[in-house]
Design a protein around this ligand. Structure first.
Ligand SMILES: [Zn+2]
Ligand SMILES: [Zn+2]
Length: 314
């Protein structure tokens, strides 16, 4: 994976043709949607429904993003929401910014998928089949890019857009937990970040998303552009998907920082950081701080909205 990051640099030798640029743009934006609209908002959070055949086609198409299979992706993402910013979060920036961005994938510690964590989808044999053969679609897409755009189409169009897609996705786990603003008193460090939202077709409204992960929409206000949601609405018009879950007015009003709610997430973060600093000189104080941070996490966990919709999909 590290080596593949450098493949687009081969464009120095192949040049960048107009066809390669078109391939790049089309593959980037269509696959951002497949990650955000399919892997994330459907498989991880079940924020809308689709039929079994559509579900299988969408799952196979999304494996072309080269981010492993739908069951792997969604099960790890559910862990991120269940245990955000704790030791069990696969990619918390509390364990280092680089770790949250890419280190966790490269570490090899998260290569397996625990099907029990995603049994609502793992029960479909076709999805298990697709999940195991996650290499087929990226290879097909790479070959098609070569046939259409030659070497430039392959190294710039296909590999270039794949690498940018990786970093755009990873930036939600890293940047959107470190830079940006917070509207809701979530128990984690999630932020709303318009730059990440533009790059990922709407996933940068990450504080909104952690506040209410069960809805298909992440931009809660008209100016919070959420292209993934608009495409899903179009899909609903075409009867490809249905039952899109919306954030209700009550949800949007709940636990807003401006209404005076204690910012539990940042409180926890500050305490954990202070405890780490105090560790060597004031062990008793550090222990007390850690305990307070854990207590805050417990309070927050009791108020949390379920990660995925409860009733079975499809
Ligand atoms: Zn997050
Ligand atoms: Zn999520």
């Amino acid at each position: 994976m590290v080596l593949l990051q450098f493949v687009p640099l081969l464009a120095i030798f192949t040049g960048i043709t107009t066809r390669a640029i078109v391939i790049f743009v089309v593959l980037y934006f269509s696959r951002v949607f497949l990650i955000t609209g399919v892997y994330h908002r459907y498989f991880a959070h079940r924020t809308y429904r689709m039929g079994r055949a559509t579900q299988a086609v969408a799952a196979f198409a999304a494996t072309s993003c080269a981010q492993r299979g739908p069951l792997w992706w969604a099960s790890h993402h559910r862990d991120h929401h269940r245990y955000t910013d704790t030791d069990r979060d696969p990619h918390s920036p509390q364990q280092g910014f680089w770790w949250s961005h890419m280190g966790w994938i490269l570490s090899g510690r998260f290569g397996d998928v625990d099907l029990a964590k995603i049994d609502d989808f793992a029960k479909f044999p076709e999805l298990r089949w697709i999940n195991k053969r996650d290499w087929i679609a990226p290879w097909l897409l790479g070959i098609a890019s070569f046939l259409i755009g030659g070497w430039s189409g392959l190294v710039f169009g296909f590999f270039g857009s794949t690498v940018l897609l990786w970093h755009a996705t990873f930036s939600v786990n890293s940047f959107a937990h470190v830079f940006g603003t917070r509207r809701y008193a979530t128990s984690d460090t999630s932020r709303n970040n318009p730059v990440i939202a533009a790059l990922t077709l709407g996933e940068g409204w990450h504080n909104n998303h952690h506040h209410y992960p069960a809805c298909a929409r992440q931009g809660f206000r008209w100016y919070e552009i959420d292209v993934t949601y608009y495409v899903l609405r179009l899909g609903a018009l075409l009867h490809l998907v249905h039952d899109l879950r919306e954030p209700t007015p009550a949800v949007k009003q709940r636990r807003r920082l401006r209404d005076g709610y204690l910012d539990l997430g940042m409180y926890r973060y500050g305490l954990a950081k202070a405890a780490a600093i105090a560790e060597s000189t004031e062990p008793d104080l550090a222990a007390a701080m850690e305990q307070a941070a854990e207590e805050a996490a417990r309070v927050a966990a009791s108020e949390r909205i379920p990660v995925a919709q409860a009733s079975p999909a499809a």
